[in-house]
Design a protein around this ligand. Structure first.
Ligand SMILES: *Cc1c(COP(=O)(O)O)cnc(C)c1O
Length: 412
């Protein structure tokens, strides 16, 4: 299939080979763990399912096409991709990682890799040149996530790629939040793109899967060796489900973005209850200009700081009816969570504070429900958040609008 076809055409058709025995349009799930050989040691296409399976191959081919990558390896989870990439490195290696990184990635780099003499410096990369002073002679890998989770900081991928390559390192970009529909890190200079396909790529909160993509044959061979040897591979059933979910990636991402933009704007106008909104699509976002330059859209993730304290946060969260209070993201349904107590609870409190992950920071995965229902839900729950406003301007604003509704007729 040629690359000239559109995104959705490729998302629907690439890798979907018709089953020759039944002519089924949708390939069946191949559960067999082993395959007949025409002669001893001769492998036609598959021999053992850890090494390869038709549903996995189908998934890998399709995502490679969407990321414009030559190669793709599917893994059992996003975290197993991270482990596989770290396992390609020799002991004694140094890594530079964005400081506001996914908690699972942080745990692998800060708590597991050091056991193998692999050390990591965590760096704020929202100003790309910050990275330069952290390179060492043994730095081999730079790990970037943009936007970051949960504070939605944006990093200039092309700039980081330049500094990384100048120092003889490779750049990995975690593209989970934006997917190939909104961002293509390989085209911006990344050497490996990774995804937790658990999120938007599958899109229905019912599969755990990870993906690594690259154009570099050596990196690919190293990853395939680890994929086959360590064995953290997705099941045929999960590969089938994720492949099915991915068919609607484009229309889902468009809907996520439209809804997130509307929700972000709504929240930004709630001056009495909301302190600050972090969404790269808002003009107020500090790196909005970088996002506009390197992304094709702003995605469905946002976070915001509620006024008040944790009691207010809980009063708000427990009043929500459409948004579910739950971890994870990227499904069709809207989710909301408190990173400091949930996804980021294992991060050192001092580090969390430095990143701005306070108890009143709320992260939201905006789903593709009708946006009026989402906004109505937020409005009623904010009303129940019991935030007391002591700010004089807010009180005056409140009196002003109440007087406006008092129906007093003025006769001049
Ligand atoms: C969820 C997530 C991961 C880890 O993926 P799993 O599939 O949960 O192992 C990595 N990076 C980001 C940005 C994620 O959101």
């Amino acid at each position: 299939m040629k690359k000239t076809q559109g995104f959705s055409t490729r998302a629907i058709h690439t890798g979907q080979e018709t089953d020759p025995s039944t002519d089924a349009v949708i390939p069946p799930i191949t559960l067999s763990t082993t395959y007949r050989m025409p002669a001893a040691g001769v492998v036609k296409k598959y021999d053992y399912t850890r090494l390869g399976n038709p549903n996995r191959s189908n998934m890998e081919a399709a995502v490679a096409d969407l990321e414009n990558a030559k190669y793709c390896c599917a893994f059992a989870s996003g975290c197993s991709v991270t482990s596989a990439i770290i396992n390609t490195l020799d002991s004694g290696t140094h890594i530079i990682c964005v400081n506001d990184v996914y908690t699972g990635t942080h745990n692998i780099l800060a708590k597991i890799a050091p056991k193998h003499q692999i050390q990591t410096s965590f760096v704020d990369m929202s100003i790309a040149s910050n990275i330069n002073q952290h390179f060492q002679s043994n730095t081999k890998l730079v790990w970037l996530e943009t936007p970051t989770n949960p504070t939605m900081r944006i990093t200039d991928i092309a700039e980081i790629a330049k500094y990384t390559h100048d120092h003889g390192s490779i750049l990995v970009v975690d593209n989970t939040f934006l997917t190939p529909y909104f961002q293509n890190p390989l085209a911006l200079g990344a050497d490996i793109v990774m995804h937790s396909a658990t999120k938007y790529i599958n899109g229905h909160s019912d599969v755990l899967m990870g993906l690594a993509l690259t154009n570099d044959e050596t990196l690919y061979k190293n990853l395939v060796f680890i994929q086959a040897s360590m064995g953290a591979v997705p099941s045929p059933f999960d590969s089938f489900l994720a492949r099915r979910g991915m068919m609607t990636l484009a229309i889902r991402m468009k809907a996520h973005e439209t809804n997130a933009q509307a929700v972000a704007q709504f929240l930004e106008n709630q001056h009495r209850t909301v302190d600050q909104v972090f969404y790269p699509g808002l003009a107020s976002h500090p790196q909005h200009h970088i996002a506009a330059k390197q992304q094709h859209g702003y995605g469905g993730m946002l976070s915001f700081k509620l006024k008040g304290n944790l009691d207010n946060v809980n009063a708000f969260l427990t009043s929500l009816k459409v948004f579910a209070l739950a971890e994870s993201l990227g499904g069709v349904e809207s989710l909301v969570e408190v990173p400091s107590l949930m996804t980021h609870a294992t991060i050192d409190p001092k580090e969390r504070q430095a990143l701005g992950i306070t108890d009143t920071l709320i992260r939201m995965s905006v789903g593709i429900e009708d946006v009026e229902d989402l906004i109505e839900d937020l409005e009623q729950a904010l009303g129940k958040s019991k935030i007391e406003t002591k700010n004089v301007e807010d009180l005056i604003e409140d009196l002003d609008q109440a007087l406006g509704k008092s129906k007093i007729e003025t006769i001049v």
